[in-house]
Design a protein around this ligand. Structure first.
Ligand code: UDP
Length: 235
């Protein structure tokens, strides 16, 4: 295996599958099976899950809601997704621990870094819910933060697009895909990989990011085996 410990970032929207809202159980099961396959190879898997399929603080604020309370709703949404993912993984007989950045002890363990690392060493998947626990941040920032904390080798950003393009491939047919790109070039070209806070945190800590299409079965395995799919952002 090319990577020993990975941090997989899944957006909330990824869990919607073909639905307009909420969680698609079929998609969830597919993800769980793909994750099971890499665990069988001995990869340690931590996951940060988004909440955009349920609620985003900015969307609430644009309709007059207090931003901080909206962000609290968004963070709770990530815990809901985390529970759904935990359940799907357990259905595949994978040991899992959901840790939350917001204390919600009856539902999830509190985030404790050393405990999380111990779970990983024992072959358990650790899902980090609740984002960073702070408003005005995103789950991409949480993904980078947790990846650095647990000393992950790489962040795998699973999306529905198969990498980083020169422009939006869903809008421009002449958009070209990068196989490798530097952090500096992403910033220079104004490409969108993660929000700036998350992206610069990753750059400053020399943590590579691979953007890949998580919705094609088997891709996760290919990425952790070092196959060149998606786009790798490196120094
Ligand atoms: N959020 C937050 N702090 C964090 C992470 C998330 O306040 O550290 C809130 C924020 O409102 C955000 C929502 O949770 O819009 C859902 O997270 P995100 O938008 O990152 O989810 P994704 O786009 O990955 O589905």
């Amino acid at each position: 295996m090319h990577y020993k410990r990975i941090l997989l970032k899944l957006s909330g929207e990824a869990l919607m599958g073909d639905l307009q809202y909420g969680i698609d159980p079929v998609r969830l099961q597919e993800y769980a099976q793909d994750i099971k396959a890499i665990i069988a190879k001995g990869v340690e898997v931590a996951i940060v899950i988004g909440g955009g399929n349920i609620f985003r603080g900015v969307a609430g604020a644009s309709r007059g809601m207090d931003r901080v309370q909206g962000d609290h709703m968004g963070m709770l949404a990530t815990v809901i997704n985390g529970l759904a993912l935990q359940s799907a993984l357990e259905d595949e007989d994978i040991p899992v621990r959901l840790q939350s950045a917001i204390k919600i002890n009856e539902v999830a363990e509190p985030f404790i870094r050393r405990k999380a690392m111990r779970h990983l060493e024992k072959g358990r998947v650790v899902i980090f819910g609740g984002g960073t626990g702070n408003p005005y941040f995103t789950t991409d920032s949480a993904a980078v933060l947790r990846a650095i904390e647990i000393k992950a080798d790489v962040i795998l950003k699973g999306t529905r697009v198969d990498g980083i393009y020169s422009s939006d491939p869903e809008k421009n047919s002449d958009a070209t895909k990068f196989d490798d790109i530097s952090f500096d070039d992403v910033l220079r070209k104004g490409l969108k990989v993660m929000d700036t806070t998350a992206f610069t945190l990753s750059q400053e800590n020399e943590l590579p990011i691979i953007v890949f299409d998580m919705n094609t079965r088997g891709n996760l395995m290919k990425v952790v085996m070092g196959e060149k799919i998606g786009t790798k952002v490196n120094l």
